[in-house]
Design a protein. Sequence first.
Length: 240
Amino acid sequence: MGPFHLPAIPDDVSVIAFGDVHGCYDKLEILLEQIEERLASMPERRHIVVSVGDLVDRGPDSARVVERLSAGLPGCELVVLKGNHEAMMLEFIRGGEDAEAWLHNGGLRTLASYGIDLERTLAEGPTLHGLRRAFLDAIPEHHLAFLAKMPLSYGCGDYFFVHAGVRPGRPPDRQDEEDLLWIRNEFLDWDGDFGKRIVHGHTPVDIATFRHNRINLDTGACFGGPLTAVLLEGTEATIF
């Protein structure tokens, strides 16, 4: 972008991006109601709403969060990015080598949110296969389709939206999936130009972090913090 160029969104566009939901349906619903009020009051405006991923795990209502966002949001373009927790969830469903990791990172609460009786299922046979079978019986097909087609990133103007971050020294459009979903210190500690201003989540902070090269929206909704959103218009970036 260059040292004197303020990152900007195209003049005819408003972007609202929000951080990691982690099953906190009530907080998501309050935010979406506020967004819907804005959409109704400005029907002539092009609005893009972006989730930076991690809809599921840890919080109590992952199934309801997925259902709400999979239904879309009338009056705007809704972009829901894949987070590392969705990636782990899909790995569990596929029966991949790291399938068990999901269960130790909030996956059991997600299974419970889909109505799975964990105590009974585990008593019948405490195996990954049993849990996977119960999950596949419980999760709606449209949820699976929604999760499977989540993009890893989204770009608008001088902004690049992603779950975790990007690896310094590589253009945003040439990043590895592993970094987009999981990177932390190499990205967070970098003070240089990424080519775009990055909007991300993944690493919880007490309040949203606004830096010249990135904005962190993960304010720990599942740990008692708020679900934070940013409004981007022109060269302005403000808490929504």
